[in-house]
Ligand binder design. Structure first.
Ligand code: AMP
Ligand code: TRP
Length: 336
């Protein structure tokens, strides 16, 4: 039996925020202690699909690696690498494009959100993004993929592609493992601090909508202070959160940071004013995030060390991925 394998990734576009941390990164740190081989990449090829700045791409990639390590991913135990350093991802993606009907891609909500109203102007890269993501995962035969809730649909697509390949070219044997999404913890979908109906995102125009992993204590305090709430006291239960998306979001964030359940936190603060709750939330967020921020800054001042980690990671990732693409091409009947 091969060891269970985890693959996940984040885009090096702008800075990581609290949603990335609570929805994904924090869970990875816990999972590396379990019985998995773990691979975590900076998905730089995905980061170019919606326009990017060449002058900062490499730095942003290093920053992602630094954030992983600063948050507690152990580079001696896990493989940390840049997606673009493993050409097998893109090669496998091309092979997959021919077994991905447009109808599947047309359903993808992330594309619709990112492309917006001017869909004809969106790039082919943005449209085919989920096929590359499927290749990222399947090229390692990852059994588990820890992500935030927004990625569930992309995981389903990866499973459909794996199933199609197995059926068409592998006599229904499970050549490609069907990956399981792992959506963990209280904060699987952290919402914007200014609008509880849209998710906290790197690409939102206003920085006040999110807490970045690089924000200092003053900025965190300022952002929570200005976070949207309502005139009622803090809700004491989930039932009291109806039509109160912003209040619900702040309690969820607190619960995730404190490693408590939503109900526990609602019981603790329910009925109190938001002023007091926001102060407690700020203290907690500062306590949990500032050690990560300072470690990240420290790491970023030693570029050679990050490059060493990425280089070693790419070596291991290539070692795993190259034979899988070779075998895939063989099954598809390519000349070799
Ligand atoms: P991205 O920022 O799109 O590269 O996302 C990297 C990881 O963070 C993925 O696993 C996402 O599902 C997760 N993530 C992104 N935004 C949020 C959010 N607002 N709440 C929870 N998880 C998130
Ligand atoms: N699509 C993911 C996101 O936007 C990032 C990603 C790319 C990813 N490839 C992946 C996540 C493979 C998990 C596994 O968040």
């Amino acid at each position: 039996m091969t060891k269970k394998r985890i693959l996940s990734g984040m885009q090096p576009t702008n800075q990581l925020h609290l949603g990335n941390y609570l929805g994904a990164l924090r869970n990875w740190v816990k999972l590396q202690e379990e019985d998995y081989e773990c691979l975590f990449c900076a998905v730089d090829l995905h980061a170019i699909t919606n326009g990017h700045n060449p002058a900062v791409l490499a730095k942003a990639t290093r920053e992602i690696a630094a954030a992983y390590v600063a948050a507690g991913i152990n580079p001696d135990k896990c493989t940390i690498f840049a997606q673009s350093a493993v050409p097998a991802h893109t090669e496998l993606m091309w092979l997959f494009t021919s077994m991905t009907p447009l109808g599947w891609l047309n359903r993808m909500t992330q594309f619709k959100e990112k492309a917006g109203k001017k869909r004809d102007n969106a790039s082919l890269g943005l449209y085919s993004y989920p096929v590359l993501m499927a290749a990222d995962i399947l090229v390692y035969n990852a059994s588990h993929v820890p992500v935030g809730e927004d990625q569930k649909q992309h995981l389903e697509l990866a499973r459909e592609i794996a199933g199609t390949f197995n059926h068409r070219y592998a006599k229904d044997e499970d050549f490609f493992t069907l990956p399981e999404p792992m959506i963990m913890g209280e904060a699987t979908r952290v919402m914007s601090l200014r609008d509880g109906t849209s998710k906290m995102s790197k690409s939102a125009v206003s920085d006040m909508t999110r807490i970045n992993l690089t924000d200092d204590a003053d900025l965190i305090a300022q952002k929570f202070k200005k976070a949207k709430t309502d005139a009622l006291p803090v809700p004491a239960s989930k039932e009291e959160c109806e039509d109160r998306a912003e209040a619900k979001n702040l309690i969820t964030i607190y619960a995730a940071l404190a490693d408590k359940s939503f109900d526990e936190v609602a019981a603790e603060f329910g009925g109190k004013g938001f002023g007091d709750f926001k102060k407690a939330l700020t203290d907690l967020a500062v306590e949990k995030l500032t050690p990560i921020t300072s470690r990240m800054n420290e790491l970023m001042s030693d570029e050679a060390e990050i490059d060493r980690i990425l280089y070693k990671g790419a070596e291991r990732a290539n070692e795993l991925a190259i034979p899988v693409v070779k075998k895939t091409k063989e099954l598809m009947g390519f000349w070799a």
